[in-house]
Design a protein around this ligand. Structure first.
Ligand SMILES: NC(=O)c1ccc[n+]([C@@H]2O[C@H](COP(=O)([O-])OP(=O)(O)OC[C@H]3O[C@@H](n4cnc5c(N)ncnc54)[C@H](O)[C@@H]3O)[C@@H](O)[C@H]2O)c1
Ligand SMILES: [Zn+2]
Length: 376
């Protein structure tokens, strides 16, 4: 198991990310030797419970840890205040106290909800992330953003609360369905695009091993990929934990992507919508003269190579995308904000070193129209 030490500037809190293949036994020994609390609540969802978490909790108990397992139904629709309330009640009813710790064991939904519970229970208790989806391992388990969805919108109520440790075991991805596995890879590609050409090139060179999950090189490649990926995500978060400027580059592809995700009625997975968002925002970067045509094509090609979409679904109207982008909490003065690329591995810095730029509504509308007409 490899480890990266992360210094989070704002809170001066340091935490470690452990990455490896088939490391859960070692993780349990590590937790037993260096406890994070006197009692543990392993929080998971109904799917991950039977696949991995039950086994994990049973082994934790074997090592004499005081552990209770709690699950809620799988799916984004359960990332709610009701689920959080249920979890708060569970902890209170079972007399968990300030000396306890939470283990968030699952995908991004589990990580976000369990992290939010940890942020507020007894005014904040420690928690550990054990992410089990590509998105959670590549993105959501790192950075300390926790939240639940509200009827008014996604991730509206939450907190910044950093985990004490993140344990990434790439073996858990073996049980993940193909669509969730592949679509989450877009966040890895995004990290390469915005910050590290080497990561992008590594992905391109090794895409066959990454995608062929029964290939003998798959496990080693995924562990390498996650290590490189997490180093980049960490570097960005550590420099700007509260998203004042630099951290915003993580939203590349997300201004358009979030709107498309919502307008698809969530029939597109997050990663699929972000793939379209990246293709579109790459086109904007090229058309606005900030990056080259080759870089735009290269971005499209890698998305196509991993079989994710690069075109906006026909039934989604530009006017509706525009409306939603203006509603986004990041939009300012009635103009959507965009992160744009200078070249692969680097985003464009605008006046005063700003990482985002507003684009007037009329320009966005004509760029969207032109994007839909392009063939390559
Ligand atoms: N906090 C952040 O910084 C951040 C960043 C990106 C995404 N997110 C959030 O993450 C969520 C999306 O994450 P996700 O795609 O992991 O969703 P998810 O947690 O719903 O997982 C997707 C599906 O895979 C199942 N699953 C999880 N692990 C499995 C495994 N090992 N084997 C088989 N099935 C498994 C789950 O039960 C679920 O049905 C969204 O709510 C999004 O807002 C948060
Ligand atoms: Zn994302």
């Amino acid at each position: 198991m490899e480890e990266i030490t992360v210094q989070v500037n704002v809170s001066q809190q340091e935490y470690k990310i452990y990455i490896g293949y088939n490391i859960l036994d070692t993780v349990i020994k590590h937790i037993t030797q260096s406890p994070y609390g006197n009692r543990y609540a392993v929080i998971t969802d109904s799917t991950v419970k039977t696949l991995h978490a039950e086994n994990f909790a049973a082994k934790m108990k074997k090592y004499n840890n005081d552990v209770l397992l709690f699950d809620f139904p799988a799916g984004e629709i359960y990332k709610t205040r009701e689920t959080k309330q249920m979890l708060d009640d569970f902890l209170l009813d079972n007399r968990f106290g300030r000396d306890s710790a939470i283990i968030a064991f699952g995908g991004g939904v589990v990580g976000d909800v369990a992290g939010f519970v940890a942020a507020t229970f007894m005014r904040g208790i420690p928690y550990i992330q054990v992410p089990t989806t590509t998105i959670a391992q590549a993105d959501s388990s790192i950075g300390g953003k926790t939240a639940v969805d509200y009827p008014q919108g996604k991730n509206l109520i939450g907190a910044f609360h950093h985990p004490c440790s993140v344990f990434i075991d790439t073996i858990t991805l073996a049980t993940l369905d193909e669509r969730n596995f592949t679509s989450g890879l877009i966040e890895v590609i995004k990290h390469g695009l915005i910050r590290d050409k080497n990561l992008f090139d590594f992905f391109n060179r090794n895409s066959e091993y990454i995608l062929s999950r029964d290939h003998s090189e798959h496990a080693r490649t995924m562990t390498d990929l996650m290590r490189k990926n997490c180093t980049i995500k960490n570097e960005i978060v550590a420099k700007d934990a509260k998203e004042n400027n630099l951290r915003k580059i993580l939203n590349y592809g997300h201004t358009i992507g979030h709107a498309i995700e919502h307008l698809s009625g969530y029939s597109l997975l997050h990663g699929e919508a972000i793939a379209v968002g990246i293709a579109t925002e790459a086109f904007f970067s090229y058309k606005l003269g900030l990056s080259s045509h080759e870089d735009y094509i290269e971005q499209r090609n890698i998305i196509k190579k991993i079989h994710l979409p690069v075109t906006i679904p026909g039934e989604i109207k530009n006017e509706d995308i525009m409306k939603l982008m203006l509603l986004d909490k990041k939009a300012k003065a009635k103009q959507p904000e965009f992160v744009l690329l200078k070249q692969i591995g680097e985003t464009f810095l605008f006046e005063g070193g700003k990482t985002t730029t507003p684009i007037p509504e009329a320009d966005v509308m004509s760029l969207l129209k032109e994007f839909r007409q392009t063939k390559s």
